[in-house]
Design a protein. Structure first.
Lengths: 330, 262, 286
């Protein structure tokens, strides 16, 4: 009966479908590593992977890569996205996975505290900087449109916000001044995209007068013939980007080999070529801001997340809500 | 006079909305010749995207063809209560937004969901993997084969099938020798529509795929990702490739279409 | 989808006995049962249960939480924009779709068949390609100097593109089948073309026009891929419901995503059910 044949086809198809999905993990004896990363270093990682595959350690390793907003990617891994190497924009996205048992607790044990690259928050403008926006105060001038991503989905946005806060509050000493500044700044924010890369897209498509971005994003845009200039403000935050191996990785040795490559001279050089400040060794071509501070100066991410980014009681959540932007969790 | 006005209005509208945009993409893609087009489409990522797209589409079309023919026969040749409801349920996917499709599948097949968790323990990952993308594609193209085959099946009438059965043919023989040839053109039409829909799906797979470049990135996702990375050339090339596929499917449907069009 | 019943006829047995086994009717019924069962399992696993879970998830914390999720400022703005833009698009399609169908049926000009074939292109083209295509012509690097990116006009243009074929393709067959005798009669009695159209042709076209418009509307409210690029997804300004839902899913705000999804599903269902009722009422009237 045709019903039987249909059922038969389905009975064959379903397991085959399953095999199709699961089977692509190991293609013929070669190890396949899955890299899950935040949005901005896509170009860098693609070069790093190629360079790694040219080394003896990386010869028989293939990669799948996923790039997206740091927070979203972290949540996706928590929800089941398979990963071997994790690279996020900021530490809390890694800590979330430590709590979920997906990353070992000693991921920070190395000499660089688990941070593979650094950067700083810069103010990027149209080429020629027609509105002359160079300082934090310039951004709060009336009529200036600032682009920055949504801090509740994008890691990059939290760096931007804390850079602004730290600069305005003198490294956290004057909280009232800092918060007041943030309120005025968000009044000038026209769009809040999900991720740092999307906000760069928005800016280069013609929206806004200035964008708060990582230095490496601004460099990336310039490398791709986008018409923008950027200024490194005197007071800004040091962005530190964590990387780690997933605890349940099917190929821990290969993953570790890739991780080591990221920290090697060659790896760090590739990062530098893509606009990232290396954490191993130094790169003289990157200017050092006079009043550089780190998240530790502002109390560390745990405190900062609680005070500023808690969806219910955080300072930034309150500011966002006053502008009608959704910050609600489940 | 009125005729010219109407003609003008219609043609200008179509020009601005349809012809110019599509033409521009072709122009921008081939602006510098064929070489950049070919180069963009032969990078490992692009080839991977082609492969993923084709695999997912073929599975979806196969499943929906089997279902489509079966459901059409069920609806036209059988009697049962709730037939009208079944017809409406089959048409349901047409009214659902692609992102809602993705969400719906995550809620059932995601890792923390009832069926998803169970499958995960068996080693089958649905969401963020190929099976999830196939499911999403099956969902959005589900009604197409049924809707193409059912009217023709009805028009065909079952006299021949009845005759065959009384002459001793088994159901399978009847199906293979009488029903299938009768609906062949309509089936082809439905399959082509289903394939076109499957190849072009974007929203639903964007939600369930996990954006794994090189594993779960279809050609449509590739277009978006390349564009977001300022690689306009790659994005346009892939877009043109997809547009060419669309044009080919259009021609095929015109050839196979049952009299009267859609 | 019209469905007719084909009565199973029992023929008088041939002198040569038919193959042994259960009588044809029982076998047929078993086939119906098995077929229906298989179809329902397939439908349930792919469509019905997942959609039911969306609605269930949205109501999981009670109606208050549901409404709160729907009424958050950006969700509500997205829904408003979606419905209003879709209504605008539906109206424009109603007019332009009929005009285009008219021109394709009643007019003659070189290249008409090519134009006719092109109408279906938005059906076949992937939505993201449509978005890219429109962005190229009406975005920041537009050769025409028209920049609709990050504007509501951009959203409307994207929706017009994807819904182009709906009204045209429902009206066209009706126009083709139209009996010209009444028109001829009206003309010979001195009626002007507009009068003829209004009183004689339009009433015949109206059901098809309404049907196509309703389909265009339901397609519009669900649209995602083509709006993603050109609209820029500015919350409160150009973010449509589908894009909002996408953002909610990515941020793991399942309740918010499910709530807005349920609203979209209900609206679509209402439109389609109304359309079905109107069509049945119209058919009864003759």
């Amino acid at each position: 009966m045709r019903r039987r044949s249909i059922t038969a086809v389905l009975a064959i198809a379903l397991p085959a479908l399953a095999a199709c999905g699961a089977g692509s993990a190991d293609s013929g004896g070669r190890a396949q590593l899955s890299l899950v990363a935040y949005s901005t270093p896509q170009a860098a990682y693609e070069q790093l992977i190629k360079a790694f595959q040219a080394t003896p350690a990386g010869r028989n390793i293939t990669f799948t890569k996923s790039f997206g907003a740091s927070g979203d990617q972290s949540r996706a891994v928590e929800a089941g996205l398979k990963a071997d190497i994790l690279a996020f924009s900021l530490e809390p996205d890694m800590t979330r996975l430590v709590k979920a048992g997906l990353v070992a607790e000693d991921w920070k044990a190395g000499p660089t505290n688990g941070m593979v690259t650094d950067s700083v928050v810069v103010i990027a403008t149209r080429k020629g900087n027609p509105k002359n926006l160079r300082t934090w105060d310039d951004l709060t001038r009336p009529g200036v449109e600032v682009i920055t991503p949504n801090p509740f989905t994008s890691g990059g946005a939290r760096w931007n916000v804390m850079a602004a806060y730290g600069a305005a509050s003198n490294k956290g000493a004057d909280r009232a001044a800092g918060v007041a500044y943030l309120k005025t700044l968000f009044g000038n924010v026209a769009v809040q995209d999900d991720s740092a890369r999307k906000s760069l897209q928005t800016f280069t498509s013609g929206k806004g007068d200035a964008i708060l971005a990582y230095e490496n994003e601004a460099i990336f845009a310039q490398q791709h013939q986008q018409q923008l200039d950027y200024t490194v403000p005197d007071a800004t935050i040091l962005i530190e980007n964590p990387v780690a191996i997933a605890r349940k990785s099917a190929h821990p040795t290969e993953a570790k080999a890739f991780l080591d490559f990221l920290y090697s001279a060659k790896g760090q050089q590739i990062f530098a070529d893509n606009g990232y400040r290396p954490t191993v060794g130094s790169q003289p071509s990157f200017p050092t801001p006079g009043r550089l501070f780190t998240i530790a100066d502002l109390g560390g991410w745990t405190t900062v997340n609680k005070d500023f980014f808690d969806p219910n009681t955080g300072i930034v959540a309150g500011i966002e809500r006053s502008f009608g932007v959704s910050v609600d969790k489940k | 006079m009125a005729r010219y006005l109407l003609r003008c209005t219609a043609l200008v509208y179509l020009l601005l909305l349809l012809v110019l945009p599509v033409g521009l993409i072709g122009w921008r893609t081939f602006e510098h010749g064929l070489r950049p087009f070919v180069d963009s489409l032969t990078t490992p990522e692009a080839l991977h995207a082609f492969r993923v797209t084709i695999v997912v589409a073929l599975w979806a079309v196969a499943a929906n063809t089997v279902f489509g023919v079966g459901a059409a026969i069920l609806l036209v040749r059988h009697r049962f209560p709730g037939k009208r409801l079944l017809g409406a349920l089959i048409d349901l996917p047409l009214a659902v937004s692609p992102v809602v499709v993705g969400l719906a599948l995550i809620l059932l097949y995601g890792r923390f969901a009832p069926l998803g968790g169970f499958l995960e323990r068996l080693g089958v990952q649905v969401i963020f993997a190929t099976p999830g993308m196939v499911l999403a594609t099956v969902f959005v193209s589900l009604p197409l084969v049924v809707r193409a085959v059912a009217p023709v099946l009805e028009e065909m009438g079952d006299e021949q099938e009845q005759a065959a059965r009384t002459l001793g043919a088994s159901s399978w023989q009847t199906f293979r020798r009488i029903t299938i040839p009768g609906i062949r053109a309509a089936l082809g039409y439905g399959v082509v529509l289903c394939l076109a829909r499957a190849l072009g799906e974007y929203g639903a797979v964007a939600v369930v795929s996990g954006r794994l470049v090189g594993q779960t990135q279809t050609l449509t996702l590739f277009v978006e990702e390349r564009f977001q990375n300022f690689s306009e050339g790659d994005a346009f090339a892939a877009a043109t490739a997809l547009a060419l596929v669309a044009v080919v499917t259009l021609l095929l449907t015109k050839l196979l279409s049952p009299k009267g069009g859609t | 989808m019209a469905v007719t019943e084909t009565p199973t006829r029992e023929r008088a047995p041939e002198p040569q006995a038919p193959p042994a086994g259960r009588p044809a009717r029982a076998r047929h019924r078993a086939g119906t049962g098995l077929g229906l069962g298989t179809a329902m399992v397939y439908l349930s696993l792919v469509v019905l249960i997942p959609l039911a879970l969306v609605v269930w998830r949205s109501m999981e914390r009670g109606p208050a939480a549901f409404w709160q999720a729907v009424r958050t400022p950006d969700a509500w703005a997205a829904l408003q924009l979606t419905v209003l833009a879709s209504l605008a698009v539906a109206v424009i399609n109603l007019v332009m779709g009929t005009v285009i169908a008219w021109v394709l049926v009643r007019d003659r000009f070189p290249g008409k068949r090519l134009v006719d074939a092109l109408i279906d292109l938005p059906f076949a083209l992937p939505t993201i390609v449509a978005g890219l295509v429109l962005l190229a012509l009406y975005g920041p690097s537009s050769p025409l100097g028209v920049d609709l990116a990050y504007s509501r006009a951009g959203v409307v243009v994207a929706l017009l593109f994807v819904t182009l074929p709906f009204v045209v393709r429902t009206v066209q067959p009706v126009l083709l089948e139209l009996d010209r005798d009444m028109e001829q009669a009206a003309w010979s009695l001195g009626a002007g073309p507009w009068y003829t159209f209004r009183r004689i042709i339009l009433p015949n076209l109206l059901p098809a026009m309404v049907s196509g418009t309703a389909l265009a509307f339901t397609r519009s409210i669900a649209e995602f891929g083509s709006t993603v690029l050109i609209s820029g997804n500015l919350p409160f300004k150009t973010q449509v419901a589908a894009v909002h839902i996408f953002g909610q899913i990515e941020s793991d705000h399942q309740l918010g995503a499910a709530a807005v999804s349920t609203v979209l599903l209900v609206v679509a269902l209402l439109v389609l059910v109304t359309l079905d009722l109107v069509q049945r009422w119209g058919a009864r009237r003759g």
